[in-house]
Ligand binder design. Structure first.
Ligand code: NAP
Length: 320
């Protein structure tokens, strides 16, 4: 085996990829994690209260711990954006925007999701000048200011609650009056004096000078339009999968999620997928981490079988 050919390349370092790194390293697979950042979407969550073992932990802190754990056991990291996944000779080949090519016997695709845009005038123009997709990163910039959070899922509720402790006032703008997020978060948000719920409402435009100074919103029930003076707009309206680097390599569903089976196997033998990028209704940190572990064990088992080795007992039901 050539030195620069890995047993496993993991693409993406969110909870799925990092957990895959921990499990693969402990099985002594020579693994490389290729990633743009550490933590992915999970790192942007200000406060996580539903990851077992931690009553409360920041997303950055949790994923940083996972990274240290993967590194300790032997995962290598390179910070490069993957632009293409294909095959070369008998190996998988991963090409990055840095112009490098890496080869491996197996791949785990765990590159997560990217924030969905509102697609309204002013959104692109004021990006990082009042418009942001990361409450955890940018909330401290809005101390004592008036801000808006857009969305009705866990991300928007989390962001609104976090911002209410920093900003002077938070408008939580949602297009319906029912929330998708956890009831416990909805209750918390409703109790905060400085959060105003603006329901049945959509943002039509983000306006400003050098920085955002107002948004134009429309009430969907009575069609009334009004202006809200805000200096920050936190867009938390879900995510999309950008699967273009792997479109030719594996089968995707209609939402561009990678189709996997119960063992995290994709349509291509030797390629596995885990976490938010993979097909699945529940996008949770604990589920991504669990799938990362499963994908790494499946990759290990596949490599063992490829070498003609008898598959060791990996779980209680496998006695062969
Ligand atoms: P989400 O659950 O998909 O919610 C997106 C919200 O944005 C929905 O309320 C949706 O409205 C609204 N929306 C979508 N497109 C819109 C548009 N164009 N204009 C206005 N509003 C729009 O997304 P999320 O909150 O980012 O959460 C994603 C996943 O991560 C979920 O599974 C969530 O549970 C998970 N998550 C978990 C945690 C945690 O465990 N601590 C934290 C954050 C996120 P409708 O409801 O009307 O469709």
């Amino acid at each position: 085996m050539k030195e620069n050919i890995y047993d496993l390349i993991i693409i993406g370092a969110g909870p799925a990829g990092l957990t895959a790194g921990i499990y693969a390293s402990r099985r002594k697979l020579n693994n490389l994690i290729l990633t743009k950042d550490i933590g992915g979407q999970a790192a942007t969550v200000p406060k996580i209260e539903n990851y077992p073992g931690f009553e409360e932990i920041g997303g950055f802190e949790l994923t940083d711990q996972m990274k240290k754990q993967a590194e300790k056991f032997g995962s290598q990291f390179k910070y490069e954006e993957v632009i293409k996944v294909g095959k070369a000779n008998n190996f998988f080949e991963v090409e990055t925007s840095a112009g490098n090519k890496y080869q491996a016997q197996t791949l785990i695709l765990s590159f997560g999701v990217t924030p969905r845009n509102l697609d309204v005038p002013g959104e692109k123009e004021f990006l990082n000048k009042g418009v942001t997709y990361c409450a955890n990163c940018d909330a401290p910039l809005y101390k004592d200011k008036i801000v808006a959070v857009v969305g009705g899922g866990n991300s928007a509720l989390d962001a609104a609650e976090y911002l209410s402790k920093i900003a002077q006032k938070v408008y939580l703008i949602h297009r319906r009056d029912e929330f998708r997020g956890e009831e416990i978060l909805v209750e918390k948000v409703k109790k905060m004096d400085n959060i105003e719920l603006v329901l049945h409402t959509v943002v039509q435009e983000i306006k400003g000078d050098k920085f955002v100074n107002k948004i134009i919103v429309k009430n969907l029930q009575d069609e009334s339009i009004k202006e809200l003076a805000v200096e920050g707009v936190f867009i938390e309206i879900g995510h999309i999968v950008n699967a273009s680097p792997v479109r030719q390599a594996v089968e995707l569903d209609e939402k561009q999620q990678i189709i996997i089976d119960d063992y995290c196997r994709t349509s291509e033998l030797g390629i596995f997928a885990a976490g938010d990028v993979a097909f699945g209704e529940y996008k949770q940190i604990i589920i991504a981490a669990g799938e990362g572990a499963k994908a790494a064990l499946s990759a290990y088992k596949y490599l063992q079988q490829k070498k003609g080795k008898k598959t060791p007992v990996l779980d209680w039901s496998n006695k062969t």
